[in-house]
Write a protein that binds this ligand. Structure first.
Ligand code: IMP
Length: 429
């Protein structure tokens, strides 16, 4: 029985929440392995809508949730989210949620620097979520981060805060922003410690035990391959590796543990934040996709940029992300459009490209090369079998499979958990 890793195949917001929730009902444990509370997963279960940022989606299914070492954890955001979902009736306890003791913490100085740098960038801003994700990962690599386990050692906290504040207060002062006081930060961390530490442990040990007991592990990716810090549209990316290979390093398991890699892609494309987006539509069709698809960021509420399905981009994500099967979401948003376009490659300064090159100038200059397909007038909304789909919709899906060089193993036709067409069970490997 395989484990499954779910990752986004575009620029995020592909509807991972629903797919992960659906798969979580058949898993024993759900693991977050990268990102932080920049992620936003919306889960609609019956008449309840859960908006999760940091908590693994499996908690909604009463499954064990694990936050791996690759995640950056804002303790204030974590506790607030736990409170919020508790008020919706979920039970979150140190029995149902475990957090890697070696995960990095996000402190208030991280969002402060994130925002100050974004405003200093002006029109060149990355369009971050402003949650401090980038600075927290920078600290991890710079070996000055405060980690969950440090909360148990006041003297470690004190020494690390000295080093952090030397760095941050210098930068913040230079950017003309309020600096932080060590006493205030230390006092707050010591207050948070007893609330966070009961969840902390070496999760790699628990995961190893679960794996050897044959339990099904679901790795829940956040963001998406085109936001990967190496493989995405750098520098307009997030600060972690979002590809499936990270599931291993970000949870403390070997690469063989990751199992089947399911990529999630919308039947069209969206992006929040700045950066290249070759198939972006600035016309009525783009606005229609945005309205019908309710394309507003879960975390920031920003309207998402919308455009045609970019098969060249998803093909690239399939290759670098290790995607073995695709879950295609929001097909119903395309219902009634007379014709559809699929991008198959790019023309850049007169030359044909089958992929998006790494240089930012080339990415910005990329003109999509389109293939046009006839649309369908019947509704696909809520379809639960191929027989429920119009022939043209099936053709569209088949063409996507050919172009991205991966099979569609799952099709989602509404936000509801049950409105899903399963072609192949990812847990069957
Ligand atoms: P950061 O992760 O806050 O540093 O933001 C970096 C880039 O990633 C920005 O373009 C964000 O809009 C984007 N981003 C971060 N998290 C998500 C997400 O969950 N969905 C979509 N875009 C995201």
């Amino acid at each position: 029985m395989a484990n499954v890793a779910v990752i986004g195949a575009q620029w995020g917001d592909e509807g991972k929440g629903k797919v992960v929730d659906w798969l979580a009902s058949r898993a024993d444990v759900v693991v977050r392995f990268q990102g932080g509370h920049n992620a936003g997963h919306t889960l609609v279960v019956g008449n309840q809508t859960y908006k999760l940022s940091l908590l693994p989606s499996g908690l909604v299914n009463n499954k064990l949730g694990i936050i791996g070492n690759g995640v950056v954890v804002d303790p204030e955001a974590l506790l607030a989210e736990i409170e919020r979902v508790r008020s919706q009736g979920l039970t979150i306890t140190p029995e149902s949620l475990r957090i890697a003791e070696n995960a990095v913490l996000i402190l208030p100085l991280h969002p402060a620097l994130d925002r100050a740098r974004e405003s200093a960038r002006g029109e060149h801003k990355i369009g971050t979520t402003g949650r401090g994700i980038g600075p927290a990962y920078e600290d991890k690599v710079a070996r000055r981060a405060i980690r969950i386990a440090d909360l148990a050692e006041p003297e470690t906290l004190s020494a690390k805060l000295d080093e952090l504040l030397l760095h941050y207060n210098t930068l913040l002062a230079g950017l003309g922003v309020a600096t932080f006081s060590k006493d205030v930060l230390l006092a707050r961390l010591l207050e948070l410690a007893p609330q966070i530490l009961p969840y902390a442990e070496p999760v790699w040990e628990r995961l190893d035990t679960l794996r050897r007991a044959g339990k099904r592990i679901l790795f829940e990716g956040a963001q998406a391959v085109m936001l990967d810090v190496d493989h995405g549209t750098y520098p307009f990316v997030t600060s972690s590796n979002t590809v499936a290979a990270t599931a291993a390093a970000g949870s403390g398991m070997g690469p063989a543990a990751v199992g089947f890699v399911l990529g999630i892609a919308k039947a069209y494309t969206t992006r929040v934040g700045s950066g290249p987006f070759p198939t972006e539509l600035h016309d009525a069709t783009g606005r229609l996709l945005g309205e019908r698809g309710h394309e507003f960021g879960t975390v920031t509420g920003r309207p998402r940029r919308c455009g045609w399905f970019d098969a060249a981009l998803v093909r690239q994500a399939v290759k670098v992300g290790g995607i073995q099967g695709l879950a295609l979401t929001k097909l119903d948003v395309l219902d009634g459009l007379p014709e559809l376009k699929i991008c198959t490659g790019y023309r850049i300064r007169g030359e044909h490209f089958r992929h998006l090159p790494a240089a930012p100038g080339a990415q910005a200059a990329a003109e999509p090369e389109y293939e046009t397909m006839e649309g369908w007038s019947d509704s696909t909304h809520g379809a639960r079998s191929w027989a429920d789909l119009p022939a043209q919709a099936i053709k569209y899906v088949r063409r996507i499979e050919e172009l991205v060089e991966a099979p569609v193993t799952l099709l989602s036709t509404s936000p509801e958990r049950e409105d899903t067409i399963l072609v192949k069970d990812p847990f069957e490997g």
